[in-house]
Design a protein around this ligand. Structure first.
Ligand SMILES: Cc1ncc(C[n+]2csc(CCOP(=O)(O)OP(=O)(O)O)c2C)c(N)n1
Length: 693
């Protein structure tokens, strides 16, 4: 194991070493003070991250949201102190809505509050909380996945908005990844996509330190990672020692010069570099080093042993002279370029502004169709496709696709010029994620982080394959749209493996997520109308494969009620309802059928269409009580999914018609009969609830 002193001569100058050791010691001190965190990787990778920031990153600390900034993604989110130290030392200013603006993004005091309640330095970097954090990382592999979305966004933006003499978008995406990232499947999926798309604006730096939590990587990981990346079509380089700044600069310069494929730089490092007893061991990975080891490490660095959170004066100045000066000059030039662009291309410039504000173009919804009443109707995936195309043709920065299911999920944009996004054809709007749901979600997050409006699509059952990024869309407050079709046992013969049961309740349980399961074509239109206006929340559109009638809105209430989450579709005549029937999606029609029968039997029923729990919960109590009057306790919910959660609306005496087991493989009519989704079964339950059983 190399010691700090033996390799000190490899640094190009003392000031570099001073800066690097400042990053290292700040990280160690913060973890030590919190008595919690991960010191080893910041200590090992400080020289690498420093080189990226100081010598390569085109990034103006004065505006961490500058649209053409290079992105630095810390996929090893546990090494958050590395990023926090850089943000602090580079003097990044706070620009996020949740921060006190016009202040430093992170002060020394913030570093001293690492991992404390309400601090700006949580255990893992969180987007929106701290300027300079490009994406929330921590679940390993996600940063890698996001980076592919970020890089795709650059290619798309460049294709659409760059004009001769106006290189508005030419940013590069750098990622710091570790063994964990390399082992996680999502990064493999994403790397495969990046290689296929020949994303020459993407560089992953792999910290190969052979250590994870349980010990040596020999325990579980011995493949040839380089060969894997070469096979993905990446350019592959090596840096033998993380402390070798010259070699790192050469590798990064080469990576930036390669424009026809992504670059992979494998760097050998020693975790906990410099720590006398713990360097090179898993003891340096995820716990404070301990006071004595901290002192010993500082001694090895030639650092004052008793100092704490020490930043030598000229360190700030050095960063200001490097990344600061370069970034300011770059951004300044860019702003004057943008000013000229506004004159030369006023419409495109206006588009860009709108996009960055998450606004929508005037008339974006003008072509959304109204669907005529039709007993046969159409599947909600089919109405969705018409609406999607009506909207997307008017929102040029909307991009999306499926995990190889677009013909089934009906998520293709088919209007003239939509095209496929492919290597060299980066203006295409249809994304082909391949059969890679996990990467699809992660890439969508990266696209949304770039202010584009992405959607990803698949069968509802496979939402399980992309749960981590779905969850992160919500944590990051990103308006990603997930279009999930084949939303119930209605998929029929495909059987239990393809029939979602617990997925709806699982998605509904994600804080911030909006789940919409519309009950006819006009509700689908309203659902789209609503989700497009979201700026800070993701949404799931849950759609059917099988047709559902288009309700007569002259007879029943207007679909615009959808925006309240639940609304009275059909009202009891002649007094208080004796029973309330609530339903979503394909089951709405069952409720309507039951209502008509009950009416003919003189039973006063109310039908509540209930496409979204979350929207209903956000209504005032008065509205909610009006829809579900507390004194009407005879209630029935109908949904082809787990009944968990419906008790909130049916109360303790209501009945939930739903799925209590996995489904089965059979033609749909047989399944509906077996699981109780027939008009007779519903009417029977409703009669009993109304006291007429
Ligand atoms: C998806 C996921 N699984 C597990 C973890 C828990 N975890 C955090 S760090 C880590 C080990 C990572 O090893 P490596 O990437 O080599 O990081 P280093 O030890 O070099 O800091 C694990 C398993 C996680 N953060 N994310």
């Amino acid at each position: 194991m190399a010691s700090a002193s033996t390799t000190a001569s490899q640094y190009s100058g003392d000031i570099d070493l001073l800066c690097i050791n400042t990053i290292r010691t700040l990280s160690m001190d913060a973890v030590q003070k919190a008595n919690s965190g991960h010191p080893g990787t910041p200590m090992a990778m400080a020289p690498v991250a420093y080189t990226v920031w100081q010598d390569f990153l085109n990034y103006d600390p004065a505006d961490a949201n500058w649209p053409n900034r290079d992105r630095f993604v810390l996929s090893v989110g546990h090494a958050s102190m590395l990023l926090y130290s850089l943000i602090h030392l580079a003097g990044v200013r706070a620009v996020n809505e949740y921060e006190d603006r016009d202040a430093p993004a992170l002060t020394i005091e913030d570093l001293q509050h690492f991992r404390q309640l309400d601090s700006k330095t949580p255990g893992h970097p969180e987007y929106r909380l701290t300027s300079g954090v490009e994406t929330t990382t921590g679940p390993l592999g996600q940063g890698c996945g996001n980076s592919v979305g970020l890089a795709m966004a650059q290619r798309f933006l460049a294709r659409r908005y760059n004009k001769p003499g106006f290189e508005l978008f030419d940013y590069h995406v750098f990622v710091l990844a570790g063994d964990g990232d390399m082992m996680e499947g999502v990064s493999s999926e994403a790397a495969s996509v990046a290689g296929h798309l020949k994303l020459g604006n993407l560089t992953w730096i792999y910290d190969s330190n052979h250590i994870t939590i349980e010990g040596s990587t020999e325990l579980a990981f011995d493949e040839d990672v380089d060969a894997r990346f070469a096979a993905y079509g990446w350019d592959v380089q090596h840096v033998d020692d993380a402390n070798d700044l010259g070699a790192m600069k050469t590798a990064l310069a080469h990576a930036k010069s390669v424009s026809d494929r992504p670059c992979f730089i494998k760097v050998h490092s020693v975790i906990g570099y410099g720590a006398p007893k713990k360097a090179g061991t898993n003891k340096a990975h995820g716990e404070a080093l301990g006071e004595e080891e901290v002192r010993g490490t500082k001694r090895a660095y030639g650092w004052p042993e008793e100092s704490s959170f020490l930043v030598p004066d000229h360190v700030y100045q050095h960063f200001a002279d490097g990344i600061g000066k370069r970034g300011a000059a770059r951004r300044g030039a860019w702003l004057s370029l943008l000013a000229r662009y506004k004159t030369a291309y006023p419409e495109l410039a206006a588009e860009l502004e709108m996009m960055n504000q998450h606004d929508l173009p005037h008339g974006w919804d003008a072509d959304i169709p109204t669907f005529q009443a039709d007993a046969k109707g159409l599947a909600s995936r089919d109405s969705s496709q018409k609406i999607l195309n009506a909207i997307a043709s008017r929102v040029p920065w909307m991009l999306g696709g499926a995990a190889d299911l677009a013909p089934s999920t009906k998520s293709n944009m088919t209007f003239a010029g939509a095209d496929s996004f492919e290597a060299g054809h980066y203006g295409g709007r249809n994304l082909h994620f391949g059969i890679r749901e996990h990467a699809m979600g992660s890439i969508c997050n990266g696209l949304a982080l770039s202010a584009l409006r992405p959607y990803g699509s698949g069968f509802l059952i496979f939402s399980d394959y992309m749960k981590p990024p779905i969850r992160l869309s919500a944590i990051m407050e990103l308006p990603v749209l997930y279009i999930f079709t084949h939303d119930s046992i209605g998929v029929g013969e495909d059987g239990p493996t393809h029939q979602p049961i617990e997925q709806l309740v699982s998605l509904r349980s994600i804080p911030g997520m909006i789940v919409l399961r519309p009950g006819d074509a006009n509700e689908v239109a309203e659902a789209w109308r609503y989700v497009m206006t979201l700026k800070e929340r993701p949404a799931c559109l849950v759609l059917s494969r099988q047709p559902m009638p288009t309700l007569d809105r002259n007879k029943y209430a207007l679909a615009s009620g959808l925006k309240h989450g639940a609304y009275i579709l059909a009202e009891a005549q002649g007094g208080d309802p004796q029973v309330i029937l609530m339903a979503t999606g394909t089951e709405l029609n069952l409720a309507v059928g039951a209502y008509e029968t009950l009416k003919s039997e003189g039973i006063r029923a109310r039908v509540v269409s209930f496409p979204s729990w979350e929207l209903f919960e956000s209504q005032p109590a008065e509205y909610r009580h009006n829809i579900l009057p507390p004194h009407v306790t005879a209630r029935v919910s109908i949904e082809q999914g787990s009944t968990i959660g419906w008790d909130r609306y049916i109360g303790s005496s209501g009945a939930a018609i739903g799925m209590h087991s996995f489904g089965a493989s059979a033609p749909l009519p047989a399944l509906l009969k077996k699981f109780g989704f027939t008009p007779e079964a519903v009417i029977d339950v409703a009669r009993k609830q109304a006291g007429r059983g």
